[in-house]
Design a protein around this ligand. Structure first.
Ligand code: S3P
Length: 173
């Protein structure tokens, strides 16, 4: 049975560090909805930080828990859900989210993203040890995965509050 549009979860996807968590939190507040951060769910469930999960158990283990966390969040209604930047590389996650949620791709140009990389690196095992051309390559490959979306919003020229306000208005919910 189809969830009515106004009750659908809103899922934010996009590359690491575009602001999925901060914009998601701000949007949830403006829409009086609950916020679910998938990375935070995984960390709480396993009682470990993301870098520790990668270090101790590897990426495949993380991806399995990521899939379970997204599937369980998708069973909810009226939530704002932020995914990790790699979630949409999993076909099952893309299918699940596109089937019963409103998926918004938060975009950011590579030029703007580059300026943030120093703030991201410590908590993002995926970025560690990569050269700038390798990061650019990852950015390009990942961006293709985010092309499965219902709407796209470029965050380049906006702060967190402005982005959340714009999304709220554009959703008409
Ligand atoms: C990842 C992105 C991270 C986190 C993990 C892997 C990725 O989430 O899920 O470090 O593969 O892009 P953010 O997009 O919130 O940084």
């Amino acid at each position: 049975t189809e969830v009515p549009l106004i009750e659908k979860n809103i899922v934010l996807v996009g590359f690491m560090g575009v602001g999925k968590t901060s914009i998601g939190q701000a949007l949830a507040k403006k829409m009086y909805r609950d916020f679910i951060d998938i990375d935070a769910e995984i960390e709480a469930k396993l009682n470990m930080s993301i870098p520790t999960i990668f270090e101790k158990h590897g990426e495949a283990f993380f991806r399995q828990h990521e899939k379970e966390a997204v599937f369980s969040a998708c069973n909810e209604k009226l939530k704002i859900i932020s995914l990790g930047g790699g979630a949409f590389t999993q076909e099952a996650i893309r299918q699940r989210c596109l089937a019963n949620c409103i998926v918004i791709h938060l975009d950011l140009s590579f030029e703007s993203w580059k300026d943030r990389v120093h703030m991201l690196i410590d908590n993002r095992p995926i970025l560690q040890g990569k050269t700038m051309p390798e990061l650019k390559q990852l950015y390009t490959v990942r961006r293709k995965a985010y092309e499965n979306y219902h709407s796209r919003f470029s965050t380049d020229a906006f702060n967190v509050d402005e982005a959340a306000e714009y999304l709220k208005e554009s959703l008409h919910l």
